[in-house]
Write a protein that binds this ligand. Sequence first.
Ligand code: GLU
Length: 491
Amino acid sequence: MTDSVSPAVRTRFAPSPTGLLHIGNARTAVFAWLLARHHGGQFLLRVEDTDRNRLVPEALQVMIDTLHWLGIEYDEGPDKEGPYGPYVQSERLHLYREHAERLLAEGKAYRCYCTPERLAELRAEQERARVPTGYDRRCRYLTADERASHEAAGDPHVVRFATPLEGTTSLEDMLRGTLTYDNERVGDFVLLKSDGYPVYHFAVVIDDRLMKISHVIRGPEYLSTGARDTLLHHAFGWEQPLYVHGSEIQGSDRSRLAKRHGAAAVIEFREEGILPEALLNFLALLGAAYSADREIFSKDELVALFDVDKLHPAPAIFDRTKLEWMNGQYINHILSLSDFAARCRPYWERAGMLCPDISDEHLKKIAALIKDRVKLLSEVVELTDFFFREPNPSSQELAGKKLSVPDSHRALQAACERLGAVEHWTIAETEAAMRALAQELGLKAGDLFMPLRVAITGKTKTPPLFETMEVLGRERSLARIERAAATLADA
Ligand code: GLU
């Protein structure tokens, strides 16, 4: 019996709710989502919660929120009704049981009563003898009487697949071509555990079939066990979906990706101030190429360009510097000023900087001073804190390296007078006044601007000085310069 797979493109993301969404899984989600959207198909979220020991409460909700933040919308899922639900595996146990019964009845699977102790002993023996480890198929050959007595005793059991004893099994991977597995090495793998829960391959093959999945896009960790998918599809007489195993993701030193390479969970990137559109762009390029001379693509462009032939099977390198560069490109060149200011707001809020009556207009003016120089949203707090808090530089900081304390005191006093007298508090007028003053004092412009900058901001590296003074306003700027002069006078 072979009924054909629906020709419509339907892909799924099938996370296990065992923790946060990390780079590898997030990239899988992005690829699967892009493929469905590119072909005008559907994208599903399916929750693979059959490994009951590894479940983390809240993990599913965090995952859903993270996908939402990344801009990956699914058409069917645990909280989005669809024709093939439920979309949570623990609510589908009856389906796995029915399918296991079918294979048992057809002699393609068998109940195995071997105890965990026996299996551990077997493994130890095989290791001692230096032969490949694996189940020795004892229960495959039980007599009808032996089976009946196990059943009568109510012995716990698993259901195992009766893998062909010889020959090979192949899986077609769209990136790598035909992968061939030796059946002897595949072994009689478990389908249902003794608690009645299915193992990964069994549940996945059944769900992908019943949910009419056309393309299975998943991580490279499933390449080594791909024979199981093929064997199960054959056993049911089903046509297989198309398989795409994404490339491995490595750190810049070509070792397995880890925290030390700057890899983090998606929500951690979010907290650091990576924008969702930049992360989506970055993930879509991790093991794929769409153009020889471009790397910045909008969501719509990615949807239009994406296809399986753009993916590479070779390991992809996770480059944290590139992610930050890309984020900077979005902040500096793509976001509008109001959008940027709105995205900075939560960072200022969390740092306790905003008083309730601060206006969006004022925040926009502050944001404009830094928009072209930040790579991460989290940087904005440190770069702009002096707008929200009074700086308190010491005399040493104010004098800096170029001027003596008395000279910088004189310079700031004079600056205060001149600035107090400018007619309009504009960048042009304040800057002209300060350049003229520097000349009169026989100082290089920069040597005057530095103590002034420290007086205004408390820092030596800041947004442009006169722009900053304009946003800060005449009164606050003059008060700070006056206070700085007093600090120098007391020194
Ligand atoms: N539950 C599996 C995981 O989290 C999904 C793999 C698949 O996409 O089939 O790795």
